[in-house]
Design a protein around this ligand. Structure first.
Ligand SMILES: O=P(O)(O)OC[C@H]1O[C@H](OP(=O)(O)OP(=O)(O)O)[C@H](O)[C@@H]1O
Ligand SMILES: O=c1[nH]c(=O)c2nc[nH]c2[nH]1
Ligand SMILES: [Mg+2]
Length: 162
């Protein structure tokens, strides 16, 4: 298990997704993106926010199953992005790139798509065209849909007093 966690709140995810949308509005081809391909499930919420910001009504999905909670397995395509052709003119979105396993598989399906993620770790960074925030490889990102607020003991009771 990675020793560090980076907790992302709904508010932060919304802000980071909008930051990516600003950049993507500048890199869009003339006439805008033909559509967005969301890598489900993690890419769905960023894709919804970015589709709204870019006024994009065409949203396709590709479903890749790589992880069972924090355990990585062989990536499996559960649904192909049939509407997106080879990806030319399309925006491909995921919540994060970690080892790059999922990203490399989807790049093979949509070699000409513009690939963007909200978060990136160093090993996956070269596989994407754009991202907003980098975290270290040994950090596990905790997304708001995987967490809920809970009681945390006061510092005085959880750390030894010096
Ligand atoms: O760069 P990688 O090492 O491949 O990891 C990144 C992928 O892992 C997670 O998906 P996951 O397989 O957990 O499925 P989910 O999106 O349905 O949660 C995440 O949403 C990325 O798609
Ligand atoms: O919720 C997640 N956080 C991560 O850091 C990660 N890396 C791969 N898959 C992941 N899922
Ligand atoms: Mg995913």
């Amino acid at each position: 298990m990675p020793p560090r966690y980076y907790t992302v709140t709904w508010d932060q995810l919304h802000r980071d997704s909008k930051a990516l949308a600003w950049r993507l509005s500048e890199t869009a081809p003339a006439g805008g993106w033909l559509g967005i391909v969301a890598i489900t499930r993690g890419g769905l919420i960023p894709a919804g926010i970015i589709a709204r910001e870019l006024d994009c009504r065409v949203v396709e999905t590709v479903s890749v199953i790589t992880y069972d909670e924090e355990k990585r397995g062989e990536p499996r395509i559960a649904k192909s992005p049939v509407a997106a052709g080879d990806g030319a003119g399309w925006l491909l979105l995921d919540d994060l790139v970690d080892t790059g396993t999922t990203a490399r598989l989807v790049r093979g399906l949509l070699p000409h798509a513009h690939f963007a993620t909200i978060y990136a770790k160093p090993a996956g960074r070269p596989v994407v065209d754009e991202f907003v925030t980098e975290v270290s490889q040994d950090t596990w990102i905790l997304f708001p849909w995987d967490t809920e607020p809970q009681f945390i003991a006061p510092i005085a009771r959880s750390a030894p007093v010096k």
